[in-house]
Design a protein around this ligand. Structure first.
Ligand code: FPP
Length: 221
């Protein structure tokens, strides 16, 4: 969800206002996906392991925004059948935010509608390392470790194979997002800044995805 800062700066507004609009954009998309059932799983990359280097005020604002989003929207999400998951290391997060997330995860655990995952204090390298740590902790022998087993040990192990990565805001890189998971994912980059990314923009990305040929390394006749 890139481009909040630039969206705000272009309007002479503080960056935090861009994040506020960004959270409304996320809300709009979740509501749309939940209602239209276009995709069974969606992950929003809300805060990366690198985002800690931002100004303290901006970080605090983002965490408050997320906490407010979860608190205010939980009833609606739960009602709509959305199941919330978190991926990322929750330990350094403010305890109020952690508690709000735990409550929301618990309250939606039996839901069978849209699977919404929020990546918070998440990094692709962290996720791989975490898988390695869990494999070592479980005492797995090197010879017994195959891709399927390792994938199951990773923090993203509950999510299905990744199909599509959408990055808004014009940069064409993964920025330490799903590194392992994106091995055969389709990548979609758009100049649209996240606060402007609406239902139509999502459908454009989905149409683009549908027109791609995916051969997963095989030869397609
Ligand atoms: C990147 O834009 C965006 C973020 C670091 C934060 C994303 C967070 C939200 C959209 C709000 C909360 C999310 C939910 C799920 C309610 P940037 O600041 O890097 O933009 P720039 O590249 O234009 O500076």
């Amino acid at each position: 969800m890139d481009g909040n800062g630039r969206w705000a700066t272009a309007r002479g507004l503080p960056r935090t206002e861009g994040h506020r609009q960004g959270s409304l954009s996320a809300e709009r998309l979740v509501r749309f996906l939940s209602k239209e059932k276009l995709v069974p799983y969606v992950t929003l990359f809300a805060f990366s392991t690198e985002n800690w280097s931002r100004p303290k005020r901006e970080i605090e604002f983002l965490f408050r925004l997320l906490e407010g989003f979860i608190e205010r929207k939980l009833a609606e999400l739960a009602e709509a059948g959305v199941r919330l998951r978190l991926i990322g290391d929750p330990r350094p997060l403010p305890s109020r935010l952690r508690r709000a997330i735990e409550r929301a995860i618990g309250a939606t655990v039996h839901n069978e509608g849209l699977n919404l995952t929020i990546a918070l204090n998440f990094g692709g390298r962290w996720a791989i390392l975490e898988g390695v740590r869990r494999a070592l902790t479980a005492g797995l022998a090197a010879t017994g470790l195959d891709e399927a087993t390792f994938r199951g040990l990773m923090p993203t192990g509950e999510l299905p194979e990744l199909d599509l990565v959408i990055r808004t805001g014009g940069h064409k890189r993964l920025s330490n997002f799903f590194l392992w998971e994106a091995a055969y994912a389709e990548l979609y980059f758009t100049e649209t800044l996240w606060p402007d990314f609406d239902e139509r923009a999502f459908l454009e990305a989905l149409l683009d995805f549908q027109n791609r040929t995916r051969n997963f390394g095989r030869v397609v006749a």
